[in-house]
Ligand binder design. Structure first.
Ligand code: PMP
Length: 330
């Protein structure tokens, strides 16, 4: 019989798929790593597993303990899934820009969710960082994974995601592109790929226009899960050769094309990573192999990037893209 002992054993080992139509006109082979195929639906399953196992080993998480974390949703799913399997309570603090569907997923896994306003400074008492600190302080037996500073985040990508990419490309990868949120993915994967290739693989961060990684101040943007208004310690800028910014409009246009043209229903940060990857690909040749990481799936964003009215309300979709009954029947 072939089966996994538990859902936790299904985390990782995600496939690469070649992009075809959306990369037409670009010379290199462009491969997407499909992290939405993790059981919780995102790359964050990897860090959750590693962070909880380390906390248990270090005595920071004891039986009956509570996990408290500020999260845009995906880290929460990963943590909820692992916590549930091991009998921990989970409380997640989520900014209000995160879609309701994503929050409902957290509660479906048995977690509790506290919603905080997006439009406040990080040091405000209402910010999602402050609220989660307070909960972690006041709840007995609470453990705050702190994905922004926990070294087990980048380590999980160093130990799993990086080696998978190297193995599956037979060491032929020349460029790696990933969006930067906590920075854990790019730091862990980037460090591994640099080491194993003697520095030959070029590591490129994708960042929403306005975020600090590409020189901004943290001005609000709509793409979720990436960009920051501070520099987290999970991010090691020394492994990143270049950061390429992409606008919400570019990110969302490509996200929609990925669903329609490649059959890949992914989130907006995947479209953003691809937007930056394509900017990098303009200078590359047919000998290059670029791997771009797609962190999560599109189902959590059906009311946003895949909703024409929402897209139109921000000016991301013009009337030319729409079809009426008359057009279809003509
Ligand atoms: N995309 C999405 C949808 C995410 O949830 C995250 C994690 N915040 C990222 C990208 C960025 O990954 P990382 O935190 O490892 O930089």
């Amino acid at each position: 019989m072939k089966y996994a002992e538990s859902v936790i054993d299904l985390v990782g080992d995600t496939p690469l798929v070649k992009l075809n139509r959306v990369v037409e006109g670009y010379a290199p082979t462009i491969l997407a790593k499909l992290e939405y195929l993790n059981p919780g639906g995102s790359s964050k399953d990897r860090i959750a597993t590693r962070i909880i196992e380390a906390a248990e080993r270090e005595g920071k998480l004891k039986p009956g303990g509570t996990i408290v974390e500020p999260t845009s949703g995906n880290t929460g799913v990963g943590l909820a899934l692992v916590a549930q399997q091991r009998g921990y309570r989970c409380i997640f603090v989520v900014p209000d820009k995160v879609g309701e569907d994503k929050r409902n997923v957290l509660t479906a896994y048995g977690a509790e969710v506290v919603v905080t306003p997006t439009a406040v400074a990080p040091d405000s008492a209402e910010s999602y960082y402050s609220v989660s600190d307070r909960l972690a302080r006041e709840i007995p037996g609470a453990f705050k994974p702190d994905q922004y500073s926990n070294p087990n985040g980048p380590r999980s990508h160093y130990e799993t995601t990086g080696p998978e990419i190297w193995r599956d490309t037979d060491g032929r990868i020349t460029h790696f592109v990933a969006g930067v949120g906590t920075g854990g993915t790019i730091t862990g994967v980037g460090r591994y790929l640099k080491e194993v290739s003697d520095g030959a693989v070029r590591i490129i961060g994708a960042d929403p226009e306005g975020s600090v990684y590409s020189g901004g101040t943290g001005r609000p943007y709509l793409v979720e899960g990436v960009g920051e208004d501070f520099w987290p310690s999970a991010y090691d800028p020394s492994v990143v050769d270049e950061v390429i910014a992409a606008s919400d409009a570019e990110a969302f246009a490509l996200t929609r094309r990925l669903a329609r043209e490649e059959g890949l229903l992914v989130g907006g940060s995947s479209g953003m990573a691809l937007a930056s990857a394509l900017k990098a690909a303009e200078k590359l040749t047919a000998d290059d192999v670029l791997v771009v990481l797609f962190p999560d799936g599109g189902r959590g964003y059906l009311g946003k990037v895949f909703n024409d009215a929402w897209m139109r309300s921000y000016g991301f979709l013009d009337a030319a893209g729409e079809r009426t009954v008359g057009d279809v029947l003509r």
